[in-house]
Design a protein around this ligand. Structure first.
Ligand SMILES: [Zn+2]
Length: 207
C-alpha cells in the first residue's frame, strides 16, 4: 500500500541554532520542529548580516535528495539551492528548507515515480498513476517559520506562483518576486516543460 508522509505537526518551535560556515559563506542555521525528537526538522539558513526587520530575501526550498546530494540531472533543485545560497551571501536573505521530498510524496514514492517516467510517463502522469497527488507540499510551514523568525516583509526567490499565493493568506507581505531560472539540460527539459505548461511555473527560458 502506498502511504504519503504526513505534514509536520504544528506548532513548530525553534529547537536549536548555530553558526554554519559553508562554501558560499557564513550562515546561522536553525532547526524547526514541534518536538526535539524529530530527526528531520525543517531548517532555516540565515545569511550573515541579514537584517530580519527589513524586507528579507527568502526562498522556500523543498528537499530533493536526488538533485541536491547526488546531483541528478532530472531536476533543477540542486542548482537552485546553490544559486539561492550564493544570492543570499551577496544580498542577504533566508533559505527556508522544507522536508517535503518529492513534492511531498516522500523519497520511496519519488523513486517509484521515476521508474514510471523511465517507461514514458511524465512527472504528473507518474504521480497520478501511483494514486498520489501531483503536488503535496504545504508551504504554510514556511510562513510559520518566517513568523518565528520575526520576518514581516519578503522578496521571494521563486518561479512558482503557488508559493506566492500563500502570502495572500498570511500576515507577511510579499513585496517582489526574484526569478530563479536554471538552464534546462536534455534530462530536465521535459520536466521543466511540464512545470511551465501544466503547473504554471514562470519559466521564460523553457519552451
Ligand atoms: Zn529535484
Amino acid at each position: 500500500m502506498i502511504t504519503i508522509p504526513q505534514p509536520t505537526l504544528i506548532p513548530l518551535k525553534i529547537q536549536a541554532k548555530s553558526y554554519l560556515p559553508t562554501d558560499f559563506g557564513d550562515f546561522e542555521m536553525l532547526a524547526f520542529s514541534a518536538t526535539d525528537e524529530n530527526w528531520m526538522p525543517h531548517l532555516a539558513l540565515v545569511a550573515k548580516g541579514t537584517d530580519l526587520n527589513a524586507t528579507v530575501n527568502v526562498r522556500f526550498h523543498s528537499e530533493c535528495v536526488t538533485g541536491e546530494i547526488f546531483h541528478s540531472s532530472k531536476c533543477e533543485c540542486g542548482a537552485q539551492l546553490d544559486e539561492a545560497m550564493a544570492y543570499f551571501q551577496k544580498h542577504g536573505g533566508v533559505l527556508i528548507y522544507l522536508r517535503q521530498e518529492g513534492r511531498g510524496i516522500g523519497l520511496i514514492n519519488k523513486i517509484r515515480a521515476y521508474q514510471l517516467q523511465q517507461q514514458g510517463l511524465d512527472t504528473i502522469e507518474a504521480n497520478l498513476h501511483l494514486g498520489l497527488p501531483i503536488d503535496n507540499r504545504d508551504f504554510t510551514i514556511g510562513i510559520t517559520m518566517l513568523e518565528l523568525l520575526g520576518i514581516k516583509k519578503v522578496n521571494l526567490l521563486t518561479n512558482n506562483p503557488e508559493k506566492m499565493r500563500i502570502f495572500e493568506r498570511s500576515t507577511i507581505s510579499l513585496m517582489n518576486r526574484i526569478p530563479l531560472e536554471i538552464k534546462a539540460n536534455k534530462h530536465s527539459e521535459g520536466y521543466l516543460s511540464v512545470k511551465k505548461k501544466q503547473m504554471g511555473h514562470l519559466l521564460k527560458e523553457v519552451v
